[in-house]
Ligand binder design. Structure first.
Ligand SMILES: [Zn+2]
Length: 327
């Protein structure tokens, strides 16, 4: 488990990033803010260049990815893309990146402590490669009970994680278990028929990455962060069956309240259960789920259970509690 030695490391880097939400760079005066941005952008380069689908995706999708990611790490659960961002700004990013990667990778990164290095590492590789679980810990990995208080075994990695970006619309590389991915593909295809364009913006997250995100958010929001993001080893994202979804109508912005009540979100609320997906943290259920409303966060449980939850008007949490009582 990776731990921040000191949350202020994260805070100073994050505050640097936050200032860079709006270029031009000359507005950023403090050296540590410049440094934060430089390192971050540099660290993103390999990820950007790994974009699939050629020129268009590399430039257009990664334009969104850069601005998205900047916000993601300053405010990981509320991401907004500035709509007036232009290609001109993108080329500024790109130039800064090329210069930055050279300096940062060879000169600057070695100067930082492990906490900052891990943060950079997580932003580069993050959840974009698929580790493999070393054997079955759970009899049925689809129905593992996890919430704010019930955690997963330390170092748990699900079996058979598969890269999603080759097979399904997604804003970055990610991994899911085969069964969840297959059903998601069918759901996306059916949604497409009604001109509802969905994308995966976050899938499997290791406990290490979850730890980075949690600590980054905690440094920014304090205690409030606890209702917005799961602590490491307590996230449904670690199951490899859970996704954050977004839609074309909001430019596939990740984990944003802007997703609520969009055509894509309304479609999901109506139809997701048919494909085995359930919204984990519905509106008005914070006292039960422990988390604020997340219109974008869906967990795959299989069509049978999803139907039961949907028809019963209950939450996943209540479903598992009922199950425990019956035992
Ligand atoms: Zn989520």
């Amino acid at each position: 488990m990776v731990e921040w030695s000191n949350t202020t490391d994260c805070k100073s880097v994050a505050s640097g990033l936050r200032r860079f939400e709006s270029f031009p760079a000359h507005k950023i005066k403090k050296p540590e803010q410049k440094l934060g941005f430089l390192i971050y952008v540099s660290a993103r380069v390999p990820h950007l260049l790994a974009g699939r689908g050629g020129f268009e995706k590399l430039f257009i999708m990664n334009l969104k990815l850069v601005s998205n990611s900047l916000k993601r790490y300053t405010d990981p659960v509320r991401v907004e893309i500035p709509s007036r961002r232009t290609m001109k700004n993108f080329f500024k990013y790109f130039t800064a990146t090329l210069v930055g990667v050279f300096f940062a990778s060879f000169l600057l990164v070695p100067l930082f402590n492990q906490g900052v290095k891990n943060f950079i590492l997580a932003s580069v590789i993050g959840d974009s490669f698929c580790p493999q679980g070393d054997g079955k810990i759970f009899e049925n990995e689809m129905t593992v009970y996890v919430n704010k208080t019930v955690g997963l075994p330390s170092g748990y990695v699900p079996e058979n994680l598969i890269e999603v970006s080759n097979e399904i619309r997604s804003t970055k590389n990610g991994c899911l278990k085969r069964e969840a991915l297959d059903n998601l593909k069918i759901m996306f295809a059916d949604a497409d028929k009604g001109n509802i364009k969905l994308a995966v913006t976050s899938a499997y997250r290791s406990s290490v990455l979850q730890s980075q995100l949690y600590k980054a958010l905690y440094a920014l929001k304090g205690e409030k962060a606890k209702d917005r993001i799961a602590p490491p080893s307590h996230s449904e994202h670690q199951l490899g069956t859970t996704v954050d979804l977004s839609g074309e109508s909001i430019d596939y912005v990740s984990a944003s309240d802007r997703f609520t009540d969009t055509p894509e979100e309304l479609w999901l609320r109506e139809n997701a259960y048919k494909y085995g997906f359930v919204q984990s943290y519905p509106k008005g259920k914070t006292s039960i789920t422990g988390y604020d409303y997340e219109s974008w966060h869906y967990r795959y449980l299989g069509t049978e259970i999803a139907k039961e939850i949907s028809e019963g008007g209950i939450t996943i949490e209540e479903y598992f509690q009922d199950l425990k009582e019956k035992e």
